[in-house]
Ligand binder design. Structure first.
Ligand SMILES: Cc1cc2nc3c(=O)[nH]c(=O)nc-3n(C[C@H](O)[C@H](O)[C@H](O)COP(=O)(O)O)c2cc1C
Length: 179
């Protein structure tokens, strides 16, 4: 089985998740190509049995480069087995209402791109103040502070990604018959 994984990332956690998925599929005997969407301009999707797209939510939107890629390849994506890995902090258990919820964000993405993913996985990302500029640090500290117990170190990076759960999800998707 040949699998393309195309991802977009702002602070790096989705790249780490995409690499982890690639290793998992390769360990299971699959042939995997892992690319950042910006480097996938001329990619031939017909070469792949399955495609995974991964991106992260920032202020209620996925990366523009990810939407552009999905829109460009929507017809081919819609005709093969696909998985959309949506990375966010809302998926870490923070109150989804505070982040506007997943559904409208996903609906906007589908409407903008014309791609309807075969499966969607909401995956918890990371809080990474060490990678934020001053504006992002300010915004994120306020949001995360309101969710964490008093005394939490808001300057420390924290990874919420549940790696065993991600492995189980990927294994299940790979075994799912193509539509
Ligand atoms: C400026 C900023 C805005 C964010 N907005 C949201 C959001 O609207 N909803 C959400 O669930 N997570 C939000 N997050 C959390 C990110 O989705 C999370 O940190 C994710 O791991 C980022 O993945 P990346 O490192 O691949 O970009 C935001 C993070 C930052 C820095």
């Amino acid at each position: 089985m040949t699998v393309l994984i195309a991802y977009a990332t702002s602070e790096g956690q989705t790249r780490k998740i995409a690499r982890h998925i690639a290793d998992r599929i390769a360990d299971g005997g699959g042939a995997v190509e892992l690319v950042h969407v910006a480097d996938a301009e001329e990619i031939e999707l017909g070469r792949f049995d399955r495609v995974i797209l991964a991106g992260s939510i920032h202020i209620g939107h996925y990366q523009r480069a990810l939407s552009d890629f999905a829109a460009r390849y929507a017809d081919q994506l819609n005709s093969r087995a696909t998985l959309f890995v949506s990375v966010s902090l809302a998926a870490a258990g923070h109150d989804a209402d505070d982040w506007n919820g997943f559904e409208p964000i996903l609906d906007d993405f589908k409407a903008a791109t014309g791609w309807t993913p075969g499966h969607v996985a909401q995956v918890a990302g990371a809080y990474q103040p060490s990678r934020y500029d001053i504006f992002r640090r300010f915004v994120m500290r306020r949001i995360v502070a309101s969710k964490q117990p008093a005394g939490t170190d808001l300057d420390a990076d924290k990874e919420y990604t549940d790696w065993p759960a991600l492995d189980a999800l990927v294994d299940g998707w790979i075994r799912t018959p193509a539509q």
